[in-house]
Design a protein around this ligand. Structure first.
Ligand code: ZN
Length: 476
């Protein structure tokens, strides 16, 4: 692995001497934006250093807990040390759920053996000692939806799916509802517990946790995710049970803590014209308790910070603001709090990185029709990094509520998600999964895109002139 932030004393002395020497008559011009992007592609180490530092010094950092508070302090210190201005932690209150320390499942009939699972966010606890019940098998969410009202009374529902890896991650939209709403639907039909096949594409014995929710008026039930091998084992048992009931004992002890504090971390690269609305770069700082969150989403924060630093060196026209949102995983608390607090402050354009650290393969915007010249300029600038021009309208990531609420401009830099759901919300989401070459490609693409956007003097969404006073440095 590349050695980071180390220089020999001799090299350092040489550097100091070089910087103290008088400027040569023919000082080369500062690197262009494209050259900075090329430099990032060749050797940016800031994104990796951020991910390495956060996963090493903080590790898992579940929303609303003291671990997330440590992550905020760590990230704010990082931003200050790396040249960001106006660094602040903006606290907000949230409803906090914690997983407890008991997550046991055992098939008691017809083939007795233990299974590996973890609770889903918002799961209720079982009574001490657990619950034991017959399992009702649903091969899909639609099959569960079709079950008659009341038909799951006293049973544990098991819900499966057929998620496959895909470059654009689109199967998450297809399989995800099994986790998002499956336990709630099971509860509404009388189930006393729900287990799902993890929403993932790996075959390690790691359950993929994640949030679930229960409809208004439906009390939460114990809800958990089986690792994919354990889910497949359970399904084989159903195939062999030949009509005999499959019974499961389930014990979980998560709990709701009520209101606790979380917060967003912000920092800025001030633009030379502070009257122009800023460019907002977002990621999220929290992770689930079981995951160091290198991919999800230390990587996203590392990428946006590294790109902002690259662009900072060329003194951009617009301010670049980074938003390291709190409490994304448990319900976009940070995104909502940021929008509520800052809705009246216009944002020029929003971009988010929250899909791991693998290469960017497509750029989408929501101004392809309203500002085609800018859309084409962005696409042309990143084509050399293997990024295709997309025609889907950008919708922005989870932490860009403020831009959606303002009906503002959005750019989506789509990352390769082929292996993302092998790692998502599992203990395997660790630093070693970061591919440095692909991470640097992200920083290079972000540098080009953010650099262009931050130097755009007209409105991003429409290309219309921005009514604003002249830059402060020209005012008398
Ligand atoms: Zn995420």
């Amino acid at each position: 692995m590349t050695r980071l932030h180390t220089r020999t004393p001799t090299a350092l002395a040489a550097l100091l001497l070089a910087s103290a020497a008088p400027l040569a008559a023919n000082t080369p011009p500062p690197p262009s934006l494209a050259q900075r992007a090329d430099m990032a592609l060749a050797h940016d180490d800031h994104a990796y250093a951020f991910i390495e530092g956060l996963t090493t010094e903080v590790g898992p950092r579940q929303a609303g807990t003291e671990a997330e508070a440590r992550a905020r302090a760590w990230a704010a210190a990082w931003l200050r040390q790396h040249g960001f201005a106006n660094v602040a932690i903006e606290p907000f209150m949230m409803d906090t759920w914690v997983p407890g320390d008991i997550a046991r499942a055992r098939v008691t009939a017809p083939f007795a053996q233990d299974l590996v699972l973890l609770p889903l966010g918002n799961s209720a606890a079982t009574p001490a000692g657990g619950i034991e019940a017959e399992v009702a098998f649903f091969p899909s969410l639609d099959a569960l939806r079709a079950a008659p009202e009341g038909s799951l009374k006293g049973k544990i529902a098991y819900i499966s799916h057929q998620m496959r890896p895909s470059q654009d991650g689109s199967h998450y939209g297809f399989a995800g509802p099994v986790r998002w709403v499956g336990p709630g639907i099971a509860a509404s039909k009388g189930a006393i517990g729900a287990v799902i096949k993890s929403i993932g594409t790996d075959h390690h014995r790691n359950p993929h946790t994640g949030g679930t929710s229960f409809p208004p008026g439906v009390a939460a039930i114990p809800a958990a995710a089986l690792s994919l091998p354990d889910a497949e084992n359970l399904e084989r048992m159903f195939a062999r049970a030949a009509g005999r009931p499959v019974k499961l004992r389930l014990e979980l002890n998560p709990r709701q803590l009520g209101h606790t504090e979380s917060g967003n971390v912000v920092g800025e690269i001030p633009g030379t014209n502070p009257l122009l609305p800023p460019v907002l770069l977002a990621c999220h700082l929290d992770s689930w308790w079981n995951a160091p969150g290198a991919f999800d989403d230390a990587a996203g924060c590392g990428i946006i910070i590294a790109a902002a630093r690259q662009v900072a060196a060329s003194r951009p026209l617009r301010t670049i603001r980074v938003l390291l949102a709190g409490a994304e995983e448990t319900g976009l608390w940070g995104s909502r709090a940021y929008s509520a607090a800052h809705l009246a402050e216009p944002i020029a354009v929003g971009l988010e990185s929250d899909f791991g650290a693998d290469r960017i393969w497509r750029i989408d915007t929501n101004f392809r029709e309203s500002n085609p010249a800018l859309h084409q300029r962005l696409a042309a600038a990143v084509a050399r990094f293997g990024v295709a021009a997309g025609s889907d309208p950008a919708t922005g990531g989870a932490d860009l509520n403020i831009v959606r609420d303002q009906k503002g401009a959005l750019v989506d830099l789509q990352q390769d998600g082929t292996r993302y759901f092998d790692l998502h919300h599992t203990p395997d989401d660790t630093l070693d999964k970061i591919d440095l070459a692909q991470l640097r490609q992200n920083v290079a693409v972000w540098t080009e895109v953010v650099g262009i956007l931050a130097n755009e003097s007209t409105a991003i969404l429409t290309g219309a002139p921005v009514p604003s006073a002249p830059p402060i440095m020209e005012q008398r």
